[in-house]
Design a protein around this ligand. Structure first.
Ligand code: BT5
Length: 271
């Protein structure tokens, strides 16, 4: 089926041995009018970016570093949902590559893909409202760890990250077929999004929700810490938390971590 969808998104693929960030390059191209479906792929990123000013470790030639210029035919307000849409696409891609271990893939709101709690991929979506001379667009950046061995990760994340190779013990044939497969999965999901099938995509996302039912802490952008049980994202993409008094909080952004349960102090025990 997706052959038809690919025909609709015909943007060129721009390939670089090295670049600052594929997201930055895709944004520059989009501002110059690059068409929907344009892809930027680099083997190496000098300043791979995560959310909120964080870095994406981009060991040269080890991972897939890709950014898509998308101009989805949906209301601009709905562009906020694209991270969840892309999450489903990356999860489908990884499931195919992981084979027997496919069931281990989980999505951590809003943009992480995990295998048994370790991060294997991340998504960075950056939308631009209609500006002087261009229609709105959203850049969807995807980083996936492919050939990494443990020492390819910076020491501060090496115990928190994983790769396809570390999970399967197999080295894929090369990066190009993986880029193509990822592109096809993303095109399919974006086409479904445009056809009004976001509820189905969201249901698939929720079926892989790593945080659902877990007690988490969210450090909101304003620095406030909210603790509660994660109830998953709703149809607008916003995450809900329920605190101990039953009060529900909407989490728009911020960093989430599992709340570490402190063991109850026994009576008579020194504190
Ligand atoms: C993300 O941000 O996970 C979004 C990553 C998007 C990267 C792609 S690569 C192609 C495109 N071009 C770019 O410049 N970016 C996109 P966030 O949720 O903020 O996570 C960042 C955090 O993930 C870091 O602070 C580290 O803790 C961790 N991290 C960094 N590099 C990692 C890696 N290679 N594997 C696993 N975890 C990593």
């Amino acid at each position: 089926m997706y052959g038809g969808y690919i025909m609709k998104r015909k943007g060129r693929l721009f390939f670089y041995q090295q670049i600052d960030s594929t997201n930055l390059q895709a944004k520059r191209l989009a501002e110059q009018g690059a068409q929907d479906g344009t892809v930027v792929w680099a083997l190496d990123q000098r300043c791979g970016r995560g959310r909120l000013g964080k870095k994406w470790a981009s060991a040269a030639g080890r991972g897939v570093y890709l950014s898509f210029v998308l101009r989805p035919r949906v209301d601009f307000a709905d562009y906020a949902r694209i991270t969840l849409v892309a999450g489903v696409a990356v999860a489908r891609f990884l499931k195919k590559e992981l084979g027997e271990s496919a069931e281990k893939i989980a999505l951590k709101w809003p943009n992480d893909l995990l295998v048994e709690g370790k991060k294997i991929a991340g998504i960075l979506a950056e939308a631009a409202a209609p500006g002087a001379g261009y229609t709105p667009f959203v850049i969807v950046g995807i980083g996936v760890n492919i050939f990494h061995e443990r020492e390819d990760f910076p020491t501060d994340i090496s115990s928190l990250a994983t790769s396809l190779f570390l999970e399967t013990g197999k080295k894929p044939q090369g990066l190009q077929p993986l880029v193509r497969s990822l592109q096809q999965h993303l095109h399919n999901c974006v086409a479904d999004f445009e056809r009004g099938l976001f509820p189905q995509l969201l249901a698939e996302w929720r079926g892989m929700d790593y945080l659902y039912g877990k007690k988490i802490e969210c450090v909101a952008v304003d620095g406030r810490v909210v603790t509660g049980v994660a109830l998953g994202p709703d149809e607008t993409g916003v995450l809900f938390l329920e605190d101990s008094s039953g009060c529900r909080h909407e989490i728009l952004s911020g960093d989430l971590r599992l709340a570490i349960e402190k063991p109850p102090v026994k009576q008579g025990q020194d504190s």
